[in-house]
Design a protein. Structure first.
Lengths: 244, 244
DNA sequence: AAGGCTAATTGAATAGCATTCGATATTTTC
DNA sequence: GAAAATATCGAATGCTATTCAATTAGCCTT
């Protein structure tokens, strides 16, 4: 009896160890060579098993990749939660900055996996990273945002999903821009302006009134009249220009 | 002499016609079956040529796909320019709404191609849609934005590339959200809130303080930078004036 | 316009790879 | 401890992109 239970325990452990080995090998090789470039043979060899054996763990190369991707997203979620747990800032915008910093860097470093996550859906319509994994990841932002609203730091009428699309969408696109324009320099230095811009955007669009101390109306009025004057000048200059 | 010229013309025309046939066939089949699902044999058959002939026009399946993608992006650029040319609104925000509407719908309808554009880079590192094609496409936004700044509708200190990342990034991400959450309903009705949100965001974050009448430091800074901008304009206009 | 020369076209042969499958080894059960 | 069940293996299969030797069509000279 006891031996039977023990046996199946060690057997299960053995299988799980082997599955981890496959997954680890697959992750490394997918990262190194991309999906198409990865050879099942090499994954098998690297995991120390026969080629055919992989197929008793995963039905296809695509499903193996899927498992790798899900593990990857779970890891990201944990990391993001870790960032939120360890950041000292208690205000919304300070915490948002930390999350933006983490996310942007992550997206740049793991661009391959991010792309594959959405490319897989196309190539093999049966296989795609489950919505739950992605939803779990973005839940970190959702929590932060809702807490900001509860604490009155954010406008109560702000719409969560819009803010989420803006946050993750802009950062992902920025990551691509950084990748394309500064292939070499992907340091924090290159990323900081993007992060700052994102925080500023949330401050002005979702932030509740706050610090913007109202200035002297007189200053403003004087500036405005200067402006009107200049505008009129430009108009007359433009008309006198020969080219136009 | 004359016949020679005419002959080579017709010969060139013939080759170009054949190339178009290949491209058309490839586009249809890539759309229907995706990159991996598309068979070179079927593309050849559909184009009315032998399998091997494709390879005297394109070096590989990936390069054929690349050509299709570039044609696709060129088409998008033309369409976007067309939208900008035909929209009645003359103010920045009205025109931005039109562009957002067009882009969001396009991204949803052509999600496959959009994804493949960035997925190809991974699969085959030698082949990727040229930056110029993408840059040309986003130039439509750039122009609109710069004009808005010139006309004083947008804060002069707004940063173009940040605004661009926010615009295209958010819309692309929103498209994915719409795809994932409302697989069935991708109508304008589902898209309108996203477009409205984008316009509202640009209004509050980049717009120059309008009716709100809340005069805070941001407004002041914005007026000052508008002023600087106009001064510079006047300077350059004065220089170009013949009389002076 | 005939014939030689070049470029284009073809589809059968090649080669690379994911996946299958019959044979073999290991574990579980009684 | 042997039979049944399960796991592993890697050679064989099947499917495709790609190549290539043979063939055809276009072009130019005389």
């Amino acid at each position: 009896m006891a031996s039977k239970a023990i046996q199946s325990e060690t057997q299960r452990a053995k299988l799980e160890r082997k599955e981890r080995a496959i997954l680890d090998a697959a992750r490394t090789i997918f990262v190194d060579h991309g999906f198409d470039g990865a050879r099942m043979q090499e994954i098998a060899r690297s995991a120390g098993i026969g080629e055919g054996t992989i197929y008793s763990y995963y039905d296809s190369k695509a499903e193996l990749m899927l498992a790798v991707l899900q593990q990857f997203w779970d890891g990201l979620t944990l990391e993001a939660e870790g960032v939120m747990a360890s950041v000292q800032a208690t205000d919304f915008f300070g915490r948002l900055e930390a999350l933006a910093q983490y996310h942007l860097n992550t997206v740049i470093v793991n661009a391959d996996f991010i792309n594959l996550t959405f490319a897989l859906r196309r190539n093999n319509s049966e296989v795609s990273v489950s919505r739950d994994h992605l939803r779990h990841y973005v839940a970190v932002f959702d929590q932060l945002f809702l807490r900001g609203q509860d604490r009155g730091e954010l406008r109560a009428d702000a719409v969560l999903w819009q803010a989420r699309d803006i946050f993750y969408g802009s950062l992902e696109y920025s990551a691509r821009s950084i990748e394309m324009t500064m292939a070499a320099d992907r340091s924090t230095r290159a990323q900081q302006p993007v992060v700052d811009g994102m925080v500023a955007l949330f401050r002005s669009h979702y932030g509740v009134g706050g610090i913007g101390a109202t200035t002297d109306k007189a200053d403003l009025a004087s500036l405005e009249s200067r402006l009107d004057h200049l505008s009129a000048q430009i108009g007359s200059l433009s008309d006198r220009l020969p080219g136009s």
